[in-house]
Design a protein around this ligand. Structure first.
Ligand code: UD1
Ligand code: CA
Length: 449
């Protein structure tokens, strides 16, 4: 859709949010509000997107990165003034300009597509999306003449009692012909609150005899504008439900959907079952046939097929296939668990790799460790990785048997197939095949002898 450029207005103060965070960055299903709008526009095939920023613009730019172009509106003088700011960067351009607000995150690509199709088919100068019914507190009303043609938009706070009765409201989403628009924007009237309203473009267009079209959106819920935390919560509910339904359609079982919270960009494979009170957040990816929850939090993690996470927290970790975790474990960032690893009750893992088939069944802490294949780590094992100044690595080679209550004082290496006796404090490297025990642990004999 290269004949169309989109702009998203996000410079406003968001006063009604009563927040130090710019409104565009308030999270919804794990993504800043404005990203939902950006994604929807992208899915229609519009590749050039300009975000009008102003209030705390630096913070918005840092958070959203270079996914869009930015245009500064240094003074927030209203939505009409905001759109005028893009006339400069777009002065050489002629085509369709799609205008959206950064605070209307539920808009679907299908609805945007229908607006564009209608705009082109009708050849209108201004096309707008209107809503009927649904939650629309504070929205402008669409005024029509006796013949039913759009005559203007009146803001709720400036509407007469009879205009407040009008059922059709302005969604704040439009398509304009450019460069025709620029001339109008420079002549908008100033309202008593010191703002220039984009909505006044409609009245002016009608007065100049230009064709103005209003298309009624099929689902008014998509146009919910977020002005306060009340609407933020409403939008969050809608988005979460959409995500749940998408996953269920894709073959994922959610045993009690409303108790399960999944972020927008999460992927889950078919035949995975998610039990109640479970959160899958950030950029997590879950394979097929997994059992997650109840009571689990999985954040920014990748899980292969057939994994189980029971009543545990997994964050920033990778689990290959057939890994089982829990109950009551904390798998922290930088953990990589190879196929068939078993992590049982009350285990904390951090920045460690555990090889195929390794088992760590009961209350242990393993941090900054490289653990080989088929290692058995006994109850109460601790890698003492921190000496008060720096973190050190523990290496446990293939086939090692770490006895219960062993403390491995890093940096230290336990050689392949070695054994540490219960209660050992291992302060020196253990040769392959050796049996060590005691405090500090000493080599007593070799395994199998
Ligand atoms: C606006 C519309 C209203 C419509 C509603 C739909 C106007 C005057 N009113 O009202 O008809 O029903 O949206 O949700 O257009 N912004 C800027 N710069 C500014 C002012 C606002 O970028 O100087 C941005 C805001 O960040 C926001 C968007 O424009 O993303 C809309 O502003 P907002 O103050 O929320 O307008 P509404 O009162 O919701
Ligand atoms: Ca708004």
């Amino acid at each position: 859709m290269d004949s169309c450029i989109a702009i998203i207005l996000a410079a406003g103060k968001g006063t009604r949010m009563k927040s130090s965070l710019p409104k565009a960055l308030h999270p919804l299903a794990g993504l800043p509000m404005a990203v939902h709008v950006i994604e929807s526009v992208r899915q229609v095939g519009v590749s050039r997107i300009l975000l009008v920023v102003g209030h705390k613009s630096q913070r918005v730019r840092e958070s959203l990165g270079d996914s869009v172009e930015y245009v500064e509106q240094s003074e927030q003088l209203g939505t009409g003034h905001a759109v005028l700011q893009v006339s400069q960067p777009l002065q050489a351009w002629a085509g369709d300009l799609l205008v959206l607000c950064g605070d209307t995150p539920l808009i679907s690509p299908q609805t945007l597509e229908s607006l564009l199709v209608h705009h082109r088919a009708s050849g209108a100068t201004v096309s707008m999306l209107s809503g009927m019914g649904g939650y629309h507190a504070g929205a402008g009303r669409v005024v029509r003449d006796e013949e039913g043609r759009v005559a203007g938009i009146v803001e709720e706070k400036e509407a007469t009692t009879s205009q407040l009765e009008i059922k059709e409201w302005n969604t704040g989403i439009y398509c304009f012909r450019v460069p025709w628009l620029w001339g109008l924007l420079t002549n908008l009237p100033l309202h008593p609150n010191g703002e220039y309203y984009l909505t006044d473009v409609v009245v002016t267009a009608v007065a100049k005899g230009e064709s103005v079209e209003a298309t009624l959106g099929a689902d008014p819920g998509e146009f919910l504008g977020i002005n306060s935390r009340v609407e933020l919560a409403l939008a969050e509910g809608v988005l979460r439900q959409r995500i749940r339904e998408r996953l269920m359609v894709e073959g994922v079982t959610l045993s009690d959907p409303s108790s399960i919270y999944i972020d927008q960009w999460v992927k889950v494979g078919a035949d995975t079952i998610i039990y109640p009170n479970t959160y899958i957040l950030g950029r997590s990816q879950v394979g097929q046939g997994c059992l997650l929850g109840p009571n689990s939090i999985i954040k920014d993690s990748v899980l292969g097929d057939g994994c189980t996470v029971l009543s545990s927290v997994v964050e920033g970790a990778t689990l290959e296939g057939q890994v089982d975790v829990g109950p009551f474990c904390h798998i922290r960032p930088g953990v990589y668990l190879e196929t068939g690893v078993h992590v049982g009750n009350y285990v904390e893992l951090k920045a460690s790799r555990l090889g195929r088939g390794t088992k760590i069944g009961h209350f242990s802490y393993v941090g900054d460790a490289l653990v080989g294949n088929n290692v058995n780590i006994g109850a109460g094992t601790v890698t003492a990785n921190y000496d008060g100044k720096a973190k050190h690595q523990t290496i446990i080679e293939d086939g090692v048997f770490v006895g219960s209550d062993s403390i491995l004082v890093a940096p230290v290496r336990v050689g392949a197939r070695a054994v540490t006796g219960a209660g050992s404090v291992v302060t020196k490297d253990v040769p392959p095949g050796a049996i060590v025990y005691g405090i500090p642990a000493r080599v007593r004999r070799e395994r199998g002898k």
